[in-house]
Design a protein around this ligand. Structure first.
Ligand code: ADP
Ligand code: MG
Length: 142
């Protein structure tokens, strides 16, 4: 599935629709360059799960847990990860195998430990289509 957006609000809405449909145990992996809209998308997804708390990139912790929604939400940002073993230390497997919804920004940095079954989200710019254009590709694998 490909979703095209032309504003942060539309990307937020796209995330929200996926969040509304998300199921217990679902894992989203999120890829795209810095500034492309991964956090905007994640904020929408959290809203779709019913989370009212503000969601920001977990800059100083690898994972941020939100319990206020329809399902627990585990937001990972692995951009600064040095080694995949750091993921063991935060209990990565327990989160992704648990009943909450997991979302991992920069997931390709930990490709080797990702679950086989996941919803891959790729966000890309295309400057020929304008500065605010984003193409969001959603692929179910596993
Ligand atoms: P990332 O988490 O991928 O580094 P952010 O979500 O923090 O990126 O930031 C995305 C930036 O791009 C924001 O400043 C946002 O206002 C801007 N932006 C412009 N157009 C869009 C769009 N269509 N979708 C999402 N963000 C957009
Ligand atoms: Mg971000």
């Amino acid at each position: 599935m490909v979703i095209e957006t032309n504003s942060p609000e539309e990307t937020y809405q796209a995330g929200m629709r996926l969040g509304e449909k998300a199921e217990a145990g679902q894992v989203f992996t999120l890829m795209g360059d810095l500034g492309v809209g991964k956090t905007v998308f994640t904020q929408g997804l959290a809203k779709g799960l019913g989370i009212e708390e503000p969601v920001n990139s977990p800059t100083f912790t690898i994972v941020q847990v939100y319990d206020g929604g329809r399902l627990p939400f585990y937001h990972f940002d692995v951009y600064r990860i040095g080694d995949v073993e750091e993921m063991d230390e935060v209990g990565f497997d327990d989160y992704v195998m648990g009943d909450g919804v997991s979302l991992i920004e920069w997931a390709d940095l930990i490709e080797e430990i990702l679950p086989d079954k996941r919803t891959k989200i790729l966000i890309e710019k295309d400057l020929e289509r304008g500065f605010d254009y984003r193409r969001i590709t959603v692929t179910q694998v596993g």
